[in-house]
Each structure stands twice: as C-alpha cells, then as structure tokens.
Design a protein around this ligand. Structure first.
Ligand code: ATP
Ligand code: MG
Length: 754
C-alpha cells in the first residue's frame, strides 16, 4: 500500500525534518529534554518504512517496554498498515533475549533457558553468604553484592579478570568467591541474569554475525544511558551496513551508578568518524517558566558545555517551591492541591495528567495513604511491582518450574508453597544431595518422592507432599506439551487447573496477609495478561519470530502454547526491571494519577508534576557520591512538567533509627538565590488566562467559564474538607484562604473577579 509520506513529516520543524529524512549513515541527534528527540526518532522509523524498508530488518532499542509500545502506536497512526508489528523493537534486554532464543544453541546455550529475575539473584547471593559465614559480609549485603557483580558484568569483567585486577584482601577474596559461586548457581539452574542476557548475546553475535545479516539499520533512544555492553551490541547489530541513528542528551544521564557510560557518545564518533550530529533547540514540552528554572539547575554544573534551547510556549505559571512541616503534611498538601487544581480549572486536568515523582520508592508511602484517603485513583510505577506480588510471583514460579524443572531457584520457592510438610532440614538435604550428585534438585525430588533414595530429613507426610508435587508438575507439563491447539484460552485453563490442584485459593486466603479479594484479583489479572500475551504473540502482533537468516534458526519442537508461555515468562521477568503493569486504579473516566520514581519517569511528560522530598539526603541522596548525577536527576524530574511544577520538602523528618524529629534542609540545587526569585511559595493562583495557557500547552480545548464555575460549585467544600473557606467577599467562588498548615495558598481562584 502506498504511504502518505507527508503524514510522517507533518508538524515537525525544519531541523527535525532534516533529521528524519537524513541520508547520513551514522546520526547522533543530541538535544535537551522536550525538544522532540523521541518524536523525531519515531518519525524516522516511520519514514524508513514509508520508503519501503522491511520492518524485520530494523532494530529499535528503547529504554522501557512501555516506550516501545508507544512508539509502535505512533508509527501505526502515521503510516498504518500493521508494519510496526514486525519491527525488532524493545529494550536491549528483550531484543537480546529474542536473539538468544532463536540462535542461542549456536553458542551452546541450552534451549529454554530461564531469566533470573531480581529475586532469584538476591536469593542466590544471600544463600551463598549465609552458607559460607563470610567475615566481611552478612545477608544484608546481598543487594550491594548484586550491584557490584552487575557493575562488573556491565564493564565486561569476568570473575577471573576481577581477581587478576584486585589486590588481595579478605574482602575482595570473599566477594570473588561469591561472584564465582553465583555464576555456578545460575548455570546449574539454567538461568541467565539480566546482564548475562546482554553478554551472551554479545558472544553470539561476535561468533555468528550472520544472525543479524538482514539488519539494515539500528535506532536507539536514550543513548546517554547505555553501558559498554550495549554499545558493543549496537555496533554488532549494525555490523552489516553500519547505519545507526541514536538520540540522547548527556544532561539526562542518570544511570552512571549502574555503569552507564556517558563516554559512549564520544566513542561512537571515534568508531564511526563520519557521524553527523544534529542538535534540536526548541522545547515543545514545558512552559517557559518551567524551562527557565530547570536550566537554572542544570547550569550549576560548570563542566557542562553551554547549549541553546528556546521555549516555544509562553511563560505560564511560576513553579512552586514549598516547605511543609512534615512528610505527612507534604503528602496531604499534594492531595489537596490535586483536587483543588481540578476543581478550579473546570476539570481541565484529569488524574492522568498528574504525576508525583519521588527520588526513592520509600517516599511514596505517605503519598499513597493520602491518595487513598482522598479517593484519588493512582498507579505506582515504583514500589511493589505487579509480578513481584507474593500471590503472582508464586504462580509465575510454578510456571517456570513447569517449563524447566531444572530451575532450582523457582523450584525451591514453590516446593513448600503451599505447605507440604517440608522443613529446613528437608531443603538442606535436597540441595546437598543435588550438589553431591551434580544433578538438579528436581531429579532428587523425583527420586525421593518415589522412595528411590532415603532422606533422613524428610518426614513421611513430607514424602507424600513431594509425590503430589511431582504429579502436579508432570501433569501440567503433559497438558501443555500435548496441547495441539493454539487457542490461547487453553493457557488460562491449564493455569486454572494447576491452581485448583494445589488448592491455591485456600493458600492465598489463609497464608497471605491482606484482602483476599485484592490478592485473588491480581492472580486473575495475571492469567488474563498471560492469555492476552499469548494471543498477541500467536497473532504476530507482539514479538514476531525473528526473520530467518543465513545463520540458521533453532527448529522449534515444543507446542505453540509452551513456546508462547515461555516468552510470556521472559517478558514478566524483564518487566520487573524497570516498570510496573498498567494502572490498576478505578479511574471513573477521570484517569489515574501516576506515582513514580524519577528514574522510571525518564522520557515521559505530564501537564502537572509534583516533586516532593526535595531535601538534602534525598536529593542529593545520602548514599550517592556523584552530585552531578543527582543534579541531573532533579533536572530530569523538573523537565517532565508541561504546565505546572511543584517542588516541596518537609522542614522536619523522623529519623529512621532514633524515631526523633530532625531538621531537614532544602536540596542544595534549589537553594540558589536566583532560583528563589523564579519560584513562588504560594499555590498558583489560577485565572482564566492561565487556564487558556494550560490549554495551549496541552493542545486541548479550553473549558468555558460556565464549565469552570459549575465544577467549582459541584466540588464544593465537602470534597476539600481540610480547607478553610475564605471570608474575603471578593472571592466569589468560595476560594480557600488558607490551608491547615500555615502560610495559606494565597491563591483564591480569581475567575470573574472583573
Ligand atoms: P526527553 O529528553 O524528555 O525524552 P524528547 O526530546 O524525547 O524529550 P519528545 O518526548 O519527543 O521530546 O517531545 C516532547 C513533546 O513535544 C511531545 O509532546 C512531542 O509531541 C512534542 N513535540 C515534539 N516536536 C514537536 C513539534 N515540532 N511541534 C509540536 N510539538 C512537538
Ligand atoms: Mg525522549
């Protein structure tokens, strides 16, 4: 079908068009936040497709899976025709996983390898630490040890290389031992951790470049946060034609703590000397007031080159910088302000338009409480991830065992869940026996269940429990393998029947805390997601098979559903890295507010953004020694906002250890005197004029004065019970003269004042 090329270029400025249509082989589009980098990259993909490039010959790497989904949707809108489904698009991790599934056998990777998710890695490491009683670490160090290992892997340092590079010390020795045992444990469970996915893919492509012989071009978003491994992968992906487009912004590099390599930008120009650099200089996202404040923050970094950036929107409303008495008061203030803003703008904003961005997940608790109290629907992009919820995780682990019973980690977690009469001793004995016989725990479990080996540590009810367990696993495996249909609904039936056999409902009701209904709803939601995923996969909408290349692919012997389910599990494991599921709140058509960490908010934008917890210790974080990176983090957070930006901090904080209140200080990045003059500590006073300016920024129709009045009247004070009504006779719409804390908003709505 002929494609209207104009649709692709529509609405872009001159420089963006130049970038989209550029004939350059290697292109770097470097530009500040909100300048349309992602939009330009998306249009470039659409442009290539419109000009006849085969989508299965294009690799696009985005920072999150959500970003790839959005990109596909936009491409579909621009050119239609369903071509976007055939793109090789996703995060580096998911693209690497797809290559390993298809070609892993070429480098001796067992087919059906599993992905060690965050909890697998953590359990393996803390088990090693506990077992060996190391002198320099204990179980609490598991997280740190994992980050260290991960950092080394991201720099491509194997255990042996690590040992060679280190001075001898007991600390280093113990760490090296853990690192090496961790690798062994992963291997014996047939698991790859997140870093391995990239490393093994690198091995694969180095040894078998033909796997990517079809690739015409590679495009990458958020390039400033790629690490060394990803850089090499990029070069290998593109090795056939060496055509690469990257977009990025050094000022937004915030993953240095995870070994992201800002030097990649320069390295790329060294490796590809004919690289063309394009700068975009217009900001289309934020009001000029928000942009000015954000620049004021980033420009405190004197080592950074000056850049041009001009606003395209009017000044708008000054960002708010506000001190509240406590973290609790801060959360209450945010909740009230959210409701007030909606009311005084005639519901111009939906909850979807609002984000609360926190430095670390822990800060979200008080905010969640307030949102619940004020009936504000919200979703968490941080905090407990959907697939990590206990009730969901157990089902996931069962499925992982069913697809690969040699996965010791998943097996150990489900063996006695629900209880089957196995104690600590039983677990120790099973693991020790497996280690001794150099076989999987599953093999030992089967033998023990049959009574083929004597197990002193397992009671006879335990043995009965084990044999029931073995039967459930085998029955489900058979059901899945012998399933000839490719009806995704069968996946639901198979999972349901599994859960019945293990009495899962009873387990969730009796053993897991919290509301049963909520928990069970998550289980059902999980099954729905599995079915939908398999549906999309089978229909070729998601993750279509990589095209065959001269490297030859792995013949698939398993049933369609088993393959689909395997891919679903991989997606679930990868999803827990950086993002949660879609919203779960009840939106009532008004949408759901987002609570997210700043890291997770990268690349996104909202009309209204709150950044609470702007105190020293949170930003810059007490555990970070890279102040420049912390400043960039604040810059990333501030530049998510389109129309309204609120920064806040509590004047006192409760000390975690002593429980006593302590003074807290405004984050130093915000304490500069110039910034103070650009911000206000009052709630913004919303006038009809400002409503018009919000509408412009969000390209949305402006509500009429009547609508605004009606909403204010309807909201009344009942919804905003903590607010004090103004005595001011000029405040015609029942404005609120002060909040319960002090200061007041100073912001009576001013419609119709004239
Ligand atoms: P970040 O660095 O935060 O990822 P970005 O540079 O990728 O930002 P985009 O997300 O692509 O920026 O664009 C920011 C906003 O500006 C989007 O809403 C986008 O649709 C809009 N935009 C981009 N280019 C234009 C344009 N030429 N005209 C109007 N709006 C535009
Ligand atoms: Mg972007």
């Amino acid at each position: 079908t002929p494609v209207d090329v104009d649709m692709v270029l529509d609405g872009l400025n001159r420089v963006q068009r130049e970038a989209v249509t550029s004939e350059a082989e290697v292109l770097q589009i470097l530009a500040p936040p909100g300048s349309g980098k992602t939009r330009t990259l998306t249009s470039r993909v659409a442009w290539l497709l419109a000009n006849g490039m085969n989508p299965s010959n294009i690799i696009v790497a985005t920072f999150t899976n959500k970003a790839s989904k959005e990109m596909k949707e936009r491409i579909s809108k621009m050119i239609g025709g369903g071509l976007e489904h055939r793109l090789i698009i996703g995060t580096f991790h998911s693209i690497a996983t797809r290559y390993l599934r298809k070609y892993g056998h070429l480098i001796g990777l067992p087919s059906g390898f599993g992905i060690a998710d965050t909890s697998d890695s953590a359990t393996i490491i803390s088990r090693i630490i506990k077992k060996n009683k190391y002198s320099t670490m204990d179980g609490n160090d598991a997280g740190n040890v994992k980050s260290r290992i991960s950092n080394l892997k991201s720099k491509m340092q194997s255990v042996d290389e690590y040992i060679a590079s280190q001075k001898k010390s007991s600390h280093n020795d113990e760490f090296a031992k853990i690192y090496s045992q961790y690798e062994k444990d992963l291997k014996s469970s047939n698991l790859l951790d997140f870093d391995d996915l990239l490393l093994r893919c690198l091995d694969l492509l180095r040894a078998h470049p033909l796997c990517v012989s079809n690739i015409e071009t590679v495009l990458i978003d958020e390039f400033q946060d790629t690490n060394l491994v990803q850089f090499d992968l990029m070069c290998l992906f593109a090795s056939r034609r060496n055509k690469i487009t990257i977009v990025g912004d050094p000022d937004q590099s915030i993953y240095g703590f995870r070994a992201a390599e800002i030097g990649n930008l320069n390295t790329m120009r060294d490796v590809y000397p004919h690289t063309i650099v394009i700068n975009l200089e217009e900001n289309y996202r934020s009001s000029a007031a928000i942009l000015t404040c954000s620049l004021e923050v980033i420009e405190q970094d004197k080592s950074r080159p000056q850049k041009g950036i001009t606003p395209t929107h009017e000044v708008g409303i000054s960002p708010v910088l506000r001190q509240l008495p406590s973290a609790d008061a801060e959360a209450r203030w945010i909740a009230q302000e959210v409701l007030r803003l909606r009311a005084v703008t005639g519901n111009l904003f939906s909850f979807d338009d609002i984000a609360i961005l926190v430095r670390s997940g822990g800060l979200a608790r008080e905010i969640e409480t307030q949102m619940t109290q004020k009936c504000i629907p919200y979703r968490l992009l941080a905090g407990i991830k959907f697939f990590e919820r206990a009730e969901v995780k157990t089902v996931l682990d069962y499925l992982r065992v069913i697809l690969d019973p040699n996965n010791n980690e998943a097996l150990l977690r489900v063996l006695n869940t629900p209880r089957r009469g196995l104690g600590d001793k039983a677990f120790k004995e099973l693991s020790a026996m497996a280690e001794k016989k150099e076989t999987s725990i599953w093999n030992i479990v089967q033998k023990a269940a049959r009574g083929d080996i004597k197990m002193g540590g397992i009671s006879s009810p335990g043995i009965v429990g084990l044999s029931k367990f073995v039967k459930v696993i085998k029955d489900t495996q058979n059901a899945l393998k012998s399933e000839e249909s490719d009806d995704p609904q069968m996946v639901s039936k198979i999972i349901q029947s599994l859960l019945e056999k293990i009495d899962y409902k009873v387990f969730v009701a009796e053993k897991l805390q919290g509301e049963f209904d909520d928990r069970w709803q998550h289980v059902e939601e999980f099954i729905t997601q599995a079915v939908e995923f398999c549906e999309n996969l089978i229909a070729g909408i998601d993750e279509p098979d990589l095209p065959d290349t001269e490297a030859g692919g792995e013949p698939v012997e398993e049933s369609v559903l088993a393959v689909a389910l395997g891919k679903f599990l991989a997606t679930a494991a990868l999803a827990s890295v950086k993002e949660g599921p879609e919203a779960t709140g009840n939106g009532d058509g008004a949408g759901v507010l987002t609570i997210s960490t700043i890291h997770n908010a990268k690349g996104l934008e909202w009309p209204i953004v709150f950044i609470p917890g702007c105190y020293t210790g949170s930003i810059p974080h007490s555990r970070s020694d890279d102040h420049d990176e912390e400043r960039r983090l604040l810059y990333v957070a501030m530049t998510r906002a389109q129309a309204l930006l609120y920064l806040s901090y509590p004047s006192e904080l409760r000390d975690r250890k002593s429980g006593e209140m302590q003074d807290s200080n405004l984050c130093s990045f915000l304490a500069e005197s110039k910034l103070k003059t650009l911000m206000t500590d009052r709630g913004p006073s919303i006038t009809l004029e400002s409503i018009l300016s919000f509408s412009n920024i969000m390209s949305r129709a402006c509500p009429t004065q009547e609508t605004v009045q009606a909403t204010i009247n309807a909201a009344g004070l009942s919804m905003l019970d903590d607010w004090v009504e103004s005595d001011d006779p000029t405040s015609k719409y029942g404005g609120y003269s002060k909040d319960p804390y002090e200061g007041g908003y100073g912001s009576q709505p001013q419609y119709g004042v004239k």
